[in-house]
Design a protein around this ligand. Structure first.
Ligand code: MLT
Length: 312
């Protein structure tokens, strides 16, 4: 016979598919991480992880949506540094990053690269700087909206080079990358999870990585720091959030499934090829993510204020 209603309501989580909200376009760097993890987590949790790309306003639309979603354990959000930078970039934000969520776990750290259209005349970052100085606002710099890490990196690059440039926003760096490959924009600062295949295929030009030291996924690539942009550093980190009030069992088991996925050899190999490193052990927990988010929010606030003239 049918289960009594109360017993059905108490059926173990997860009893249906789980939505993982991605704040940027399909095929972009956040989406890539979400899909690689989601496929592995589907096996662990026994229910499909359905990726929902909810784009716009540099990731803040997806974050606002998740903050207001039903806290039933079936909606999660993957988001990056944008969670920490949005309060400094938006006068009115529809959610409080440090209050309106359950914090599940951090996921991976990802370097960024400064890349250009293939036929850009500058062959390295030194030549690029001269080109930028000469061309100024004629240079088009793509990004994925205020709160996107491509925007953050571009803003810091414009500040560091003192060149204004013209910024071109997209809904994610996937469409920005399409425009770059087609030669419709000049420059893009994007995560290695997106740029590595294009760099290896020779369809875009690589000017440098944004980490303090060179990276394994692109060992020949010089850092921007070593090419004269002393101290220039942007490292992307991804975390997983849920609406406040989501049952603890769902938080704990979703987080455990993320950790299991990161230890899966096929997942680890794929992420490493794309330059992504699992977050350190201390950050792979609700408290680890919440503390890191608080720390990053504090760290970015003065950085963004100092670069405010390059915010758009
Ligand atoms: C994306 O997934 O498109 C990116 O994370 C956007 C960005 O923040 O640059």
């Amino acid at each position: 016979g049918a289960l009594p209603l109360a017993a059905a309501a108490q059926a173990a989580w997860p009893s249906k598919s789980i939505t993982l909200v991605v704040p940027f376009s399909a095929g972009g760097p956040t989406d890539v991480v979400a899909r690689v993890l989601g496929a592995a987590m589907t096996k662990t949790l026994g229910q499909p992880i359905v990726i929902e790309n909810k784009t716009g306003a540099g990731g803040t639309i997806a974050a606002a949506y998740t903050a207001r979603a039903t806290p039933d354990g079936y909606t999660f959000l993957i988001h990056h540094n944008g969670m920490a930078t949005a309060p400094a970039l938006y006068r009115k934000l529809a959610y409080k990053p440090l209050n309106d969520f359950e914090y599940v776990t951090q996921v991976v750290d990802v370097p960024m690269t400064l890349v250009g259209r293939k036929d850009l005349p500058a062959k390295d970052f030194k030549e690029l700087q001269a080109y930028l100085k000469a061309q100024g606002n004629k240079v088009n710099l793509a990004h994925a909206g205020l709160g996107a890490v491509s925007h953050l990196c571009g803003m810091l690059l414009r500040q560091a080079t003192g060149v204004e440039m013209t910024t071109v926003p997209f809904q994610g760096t996937a469409p920005a990358m399409n425009a770059l490959v087609a030669g419709q924009v000049d420059l893009l600062c994007d995560q290695t999870t997106s740029t590595t295949p294009f760099i290896k295929a020779g369809s875009i030009k690589l000017y440098g990585v944004t980490t303090p030291t060179r990276i394994k996924a692109l060992p020949e690539a010089p850092t921007l720091d070593e090419q004269g942009l002393k101290g220039f550093q942007v490292v992307v980190w991804h975390g997983i959030y849920a609406p406040k009030g989501t049952p603890k069992e769902a938080i704990d088991r979703f987080g455990a499934a993320v950790r299991t996925a990161l230890q899966d050899p096929a997942v680890a190999t794929r992420l490493a090829e794309l330059g992504a490193q699992p977050a350190s052990e201390d950050k792979l927990s609700p408290e680890g993510l919440r503390q890191w988010l608080a720390q990053e929010t504090q760290r970015y606030d003065p950085v963004i204020k100092a670069a405010a003239q390059f915010a758009d």
